[in-house]
Design a protein. Sequence first.
Lengths: 215, 215
Amino acid sequence: MAERHSTLRAQRRAQTQRTIQAHAIRLFTARGYDATTMNEIAEAAGVSPMTLYRHFPTKEDLVLTDRHGELIAEHLAASPAEGPLTHRIARALIAAATALTGDDAADDREFLLVRLQLMIATPALRARHLDNQYALQQAITSALHDDAADSDAADPDPADPDADFQAQAAASACLAALHTAMVRWAEDDGRSDLPHLIGRALAAVFGDEVVEPAR
Amino acid sequence: MAERHSTLRAQRRAQTQRTIQAHAIRLFTARGYDATTMNEIAEAAGVSPMTLYRHFPTKEDLVLTDRHGELIAEHLAASPAEGPLTHRIARALIAAATALTGDDAADDREFLLVRLQLMIATPALRARHLDNQYALQQAITSALHDDAADSDAADPDPADPDADFQAQAAASACLAALHTAMVRWAEDDGRSDLPHLIGRALAAVFGDEVVEPAR
DNA sequence: TACCTATCTGGTAGTGACTATCACGGTGGT
DNA sequence: ACCACCGTGATAGTCACTACCAGATAGGTA
């Protein structure tokens, strides 16, 4: 079957990616990001530099490859479309963080923590990560835009560009608060509760009406 | 005099920097940022690649070199320390934007516009710019921190880390709104009023109590 | 005027991330 | 047993950026 075929291939591919990434992050934390060359990573992982570039097109992807954006988008789509935009986004961010750092994801949490600490300490990674967050902001606002267009399909949106602009500002502020919380969490070595930190950061921006995540 | 000496040198230096930067941005807008090499810029500006690197340590600095951060910090220090943090930062951002895009700065405004459009369109520049904004957020919060320590020198700050965290979240949200406004302004080809856009973006985040700039 | 020193400038030879192109080998399906 | 395809690999090259060194020039001084 073509399906079993591609799933097997995909599994092997995912496995080698995990191996490469583990070696890369181990070397980055030991020697520093800039002081580690791609050739050294390839050698440590037992592959050729070519293969390394096939799996991770850039050096930054070795640290920043994750599916947080998709996770947030899923939570955003699954949550009820009620309340102000900022509250909807806040709920999605807190829910995604809960899923990523809950007690049943200790390995993921540790992995996330190390990568965040690398990201904070390395200018190139910090910059790329902030640009990823910017792309995520655009994805969120366009998803919300489509949402609104679906529910009021007959409404020709008279003040639409203004609403778009306001939604972009609100979403980018939410993600800025998220980033502040993640940095603080990483600086605490993950000892504090990330969802709670995100809630407090959002409360500092929007006021105290932001709710705690629904269990 | 040593002063006149260094002033003359500094003037010549600033002049060559302006020349190099003008050629660079002309080439970037004509051919694209990535498609323009540093050697081509050096040749167009009539200097050697070495001199180019002495004046602009990285290719990104050819577009992103500005003193906006200092400008905002000055407005922040000069403005009265009254009202919530977010309002103080908002006033400083709007005042700085007014100074940069006012009618008596048409050249600067045009130059700023072209560079912003390059920044938006080029991933590497976008990422660096967002990291610069992050550094600016840290500068703002540490300046506000010192401010508070000066005024209540006798107060040993019982809840200080929490206040720091909230100030960071608030400042990063302000800068996120600023970025949203700048992007919109650049997409409008500078036809709209940047200080007004910033005020609207901040109002979308914090509510409508943000004031218009004092003339 | 002659000297001296700091700064500006330029060339050479590298390092390292990343790409294009070609070729080989093993795996999956007919 | 054959074929097609995907993953892997080597080679050579581009480009941003960095020492290291040498010459020119402009400011201040004896």
